[in-house]
Design a protein around this ligand. Sequence first.
Ligand SMILES: [Zn+2]
Length: 83
Amino acid sequence: MYTNVCRHCQKVFRSRFKAYTCEDCKQIDADQFDDIEAYLKEYPNSNALQISEALGITAFEVLNYLKEGRLNISRGSFERLPD
Ligand SMILES: [Zn+2]
C-alpha cells in the first residue's frame, strides 16, 4: 500500500498503486490533462510555462504530468525553459 497526498485537495489517502489524485479529484486531473494535450496539438513546441499560463494551471502541475510519463515528449513537445 502507498500513502499518497492528493495534489489537488491535499487529502492523504492510501491506495494499492502510487497515485497523485484522490478519487474525488480524478476528474480534475483528467480534464487538465485533456486541456494540456489539446493545447500541445495546437502549439506543439510549447514549454511548461506557456502551457501553465494558457490553461491557468501551475507549471509545477504541468511538469508533474510530464514526470508521470503521460505527455509524449518524444516528438519534442516540451522544450527546456531558457535559463
Ligand atoms: Zn483530492
